[in-house]
Design a protein around this ligand. Sequence first.
Ligand SMILES: [Zn+2]
Ligand SMILES: [Zn+2]
Length: 388
Amino acid sequence: MIRKKLDTEDLIREDLVALSKSIYARPELGYEEHYASELHVALLEKHGFQVERAYLGLKTGFRAEYHSTVPGPVICYMAEYDALPGIGHGCGHNILGATSTGAGILLQKLMGNLGGTVVVLGTPAEETSGAKVFYVEKGAFDDVSAAMIAHPGTGHYRSGSSLALEAIEFDYKGKASHAASEPEKGVNALDAAIGTFNMINALRQQTREDARIHGIITKGGVAANIIPDDCAAQFYVRAKSKAYLAELVEQVKNCARGAAAAAGVWLEIVEYEAGYDNMVTNQRLSDLYSAQLRSLGVTEILEPRKTYGSLDAGNVSHVCPTIHPYFPITEDREMAAHTKEFGVCTLSEYAEENMMITAKALALTGAALMKDVSLLEDIKKEFAVAEK
Ligand SMILES: [Zn+2]
Ligand SMILES: [Zn+2]
């Protein structure tokens, strides 16, 4: 019955493809996605969703809801639509967002007299200072029973893990002076920045294998004949768990403190972007999603990708059962994300086909949870005891 109804939902394919392609053609960076969020909102409103624009004060965020007349679980699909500087939709968030909005609309059509609420959450700026972090802090997921998001990739990969991340900036202030005639009157801020890198490089020998520390010097002085008085470096520090990340961040900060002390430089430490928590996949929810994929004819569902990236969906996974699987937009398994070529793949018919299968599987997962409360109970039980 449900399957038959879904076939008729191929009708929305045209709308979703147009949504994805329009956003691809007009890439917008994080928190500037006005055009993209408005397109999502317009489509959701067309299908009877009630939409709160500028959700929780984020101008390019939104929360779209559709309530059944009967109470039941709250199923949330998270839409992303931000692009990358220089390469546009090289992470494919144009098709990602369309898949989530599509899942929301499809579940709304499937709900019938099942009880519950469908939420499509517009989550800006995944690539930089992800809105999901802020949403979590503000309690946006407090009523959510299950949160789902499927990312474009090179195959149907099960939801896995991601590294927790902190973004730290070191600002070093010294004293300028003529570098040749009066160097002794200067205090060299660049020495402190370079010293920080050297100490971090020494630290690497003692870090766990999941540690990732990578940085750049964003301010390194203005001219070679002036002792640099104002320098800055930005780092991302990542690790598998929040606990180990906290340890590692303290060690990295100590490297900067030590280097600043050695150079006699004043140091300020700031978190320049939101920190991300590690992704904790709810395995029962993930199994349920895989079962829906199989029911739609997908035969190859791969084990989670071994990835050392970070996701703002990680924060969501710490407050409610969450999955973040991948779906294929290309048959080339070696195709790398964050490239122009990857973005082009989102325009193919192959990608459209898999977007529809994925949106349907996400919607069927939501419908299954609305139909059978025991499934959700099991998912909640796992969430309660899962190691974060
Ligand atoms: Zn990305
Ligand atoms: Zn992405």
